[in-house]
Design a protein around this ligand. Structure first.
Ligand SMILES: Nc1ncnc2c1ncn2[C@@H]1O[C@H](COP(=O)(O)OP(=O)(O)O)[C@@H](O)[C@H]1O
Ligand SMILES: O=C(O)C1=C[C@@H](OP(=O)(O)O)[C@@H](O)[C@H](O)C1
Ligand SMILES: [Mg+2]
Length: 181
């Protein structure tokens, strides 16, 4: 039998999907991939899925079509991707904060918020090679101030996750125990 999750119904909820959420730089892509390998689950990074669907990088999509179009495409990629059973999904940092995406993820799998302070996030983002157009090249104190304000806007969504984990001392064994998988 082929495993297909059908959009907007409950068929995904029994399929062992794990969604990582949290601010840019908290480690969703890194730890999603590691946990999937450890559990022998499939792995989907929604940013990569979106780039494939759009046929261009996120930075190019933002500059060509703007953030509003990006958020609509992001939500459709979240909901229309056919996830195999047992998949870890790393979302982009804005996903939980638009439309009913957070509710949708909670209805379709386990959700995990990787929580970190603005200062730690800023340090990681300054050393990360991934392009993040939302940050507009900010660095140093300006970056910390931006993250502090943006996280205050977004954290209420992230905290709707079923599990909240400290991003400082993550391990795949710790995640596996916490999530009971
Ligand atoms: N536990 C960790 N300790 C130190 N650096 C980390 C850790 N987890 C991730 N990173 C680094 O932080 C940066 C952002 O990680 P990434 O997985 O791309 O985050 P996200 O997908 O949440 O934006 C990357 O450069 C990554 O190597
Ligand atoms: O927080 C955001 O608004 C964004 C986060 C990015 O993903 P990461 O959280 O993996 O960096 C990516 O989706 C896009 O650049 C927008
Ligand atoms: Mg990522």
């Amino acid at each position: 039998m082929i495993d297909i999750s059908v959009n907007n119904d409950d068929s995904g909820s029994g399929k062992d999907l794990i969604f990582f959420v949290g601010f840019m730089g908290c480690g969703k892509t890194t730890w999603g991939r590691k946990l999937a390998a450890h559990l022998q689950y499939s792995f989907v990074d929604l940013d990569h899925a979106l780039e494939e669907k759009a046929g261009m990088s996120i930075a190019d999509y933002f500059s060509s079509y703007g953030e509003h179009a990006f958020r609509k495409l992001e939500s459709s990629v979240l909901k229309e991707t056919l996830y195999p059973a047992k998949t870890v999904i790393s979302t982009g940092g804005g996903v939980p904060c638009f439309f009913d995406n957070m509710e949708w993820m909670n209805a379709h799998g386990k959700t995990v918020y990787i929580k970190l302070s603005p200062k730690t996030l800023a340090g990681r983002l300054e050393n990360s090679k991934t392009e993040r157009p939302v940050l507009q090249g900010k660095k140093g104190d300006e970056l910390v101030a931006f993250i502090t304000a943006k996280l205050a806007e977004r954290e209420g969504y992230y905290e709707q996750a079923e599990y909240i984990v400290n991003g400082i001392d993550l391990s795949v064994e710790g995640l596996q125990a916490e999530l009971h998988v």
